[in-house]
Design a protein around this ligand. Structure first.
Ligand SMILES: [Zn+2]
Length: 311
């Protein structure tokens, strides 16, 4: 069975063998960061120029059709090595890191980025790679390959949500799984805490079915962060209202910011690939971005009531 130590060893090997990886991980030591306290919670901002490809990625159907899939085996660089995770996935080093230890975990098949049938895989990954937090970006919520199923993983101890979730309110106290709602924050989240894959999945499926789904989307918009600690799975599900905030599309240069929130941003670390945006962003910008891309507190309260009735 794959363990964290195997993935960490892969990272060290790829730093030796692959110049891009060596350069980009070394550059992480020098990235600028700043932090804010917003409503009693910690929010960080990271200026990370290597992430420009992902933040500005065109993920509309026509653009995706025109490009070769960079997660398919045939397109991976010759120097890239992978470790199998079961028969369905392989673990790769992410050459454009946000975390000091950052993995991409694509399916070995070219299949759509969809979570409903694969949420359990995420839990198994979290248990095997317990050094890491596993994350899922929905096809319109930050995934730069919406046509190829994949997760990512970043070392624990990086995202503020790992501590902040403990402020969440208990919604349901089941024998094998608890459901919480994190509403004391500028973004809303469900948190599942469970000792069992099956029990966590059961609650996840109820949340999935209750989430709003736009007619042109293949699944409800969401980001998910999952990790394993003290014999328990902890899974934060962030329902999304929009793919990108209004500042992303602003035509006024003074207001325009290249920020495209995904799981890491939901976890409390906003990524700015442009230095001017890093300099400009403020606590009130973060608040506005989160308000625009996340479900409102009113909608969240309604969802919680719907799900409660089914538990
Ligand atoms: Zn592919």
């Amino acid at each position: 069975m794959l363990q964290s130590v195997d993935a960490l060893q892969l990272l060290e090997e790829q730093k030796e063998a692959w110049d891009l990886v060596a350069t980009n991980y070394a550059a992480l030591d020098k990235v600028k960061t700043k932090s804010y306290e917003i409503d009693g919670n910690c929010w960080k901002v990271q200026f990370n120029p290597a992430r420009i490809v992902s933040s500005s990625a065109k993920v509309d159907a026509a653009s995706i059709k025109q490009r070769k899939c960079f997660l398919c085996k045939e397109q991976l660089p010759a120097v890239q090595r992978g470790i199998p995770f079961g028969e369905k996935y392989q673990v790769l080093v992410n050459p454009f890191p946000i975390f000091p230890q950052h993995l991409t975990i694509p399916s070995v098949h070219h299949e759509l980025q969809l979570i409903q049938a694969h949420y359990k895989d995420m839990l198994h990954l979290a248990q095997s790679l317990a050094h890491f937090t596993i994350f899922y970006n929905g096809p319109k919520c930050g995934a730069s390959a919406p046509d190829h199923l994949h997760f990512q993983a970043g070392n624990k101890g990086f995202l503020p949500i790992e501590k902040e979730w403990k402020k969440a309110q208990l919604v349901h106290d089941g024998a094998e799984a608890k459901l919480y709602a994190l509403t004391s924050s500028i973004r809303q989240a469900f948190v599942i805490q469970s000792s069992s894959v099956a029990a966590a999945d059961e609650i996840f499926q109820l949340i999935y079915q209750a989430l709003p789904q736009k007619g042109n989307e293949v699944e409800p918009m969401m980001n998910i962060l999952t990790w394993y600690e003290d014999g328990m799975f902890v899974s934060c599900i962030f329902p999304r209202a929009e793919h990108r905030p209004s500042c992303f599309f602003a035509t006024d240069e003074a207001k325009k910011m290249l920020i495209s929130p995904a799981s890491v941003d939901m976890g409390g670390v906003l990524i700015t690939p442009l230095e001017k945006d890093f300099d400009h962003i403020s606590a009130s910008c973060i608040r506005q971005i989160m308000q625009e891309v996340c479900l409102s507190a009113v909608d969240m309260a309604h969802l919680v009531e719907c799900i409660k009735q089914k538990l």
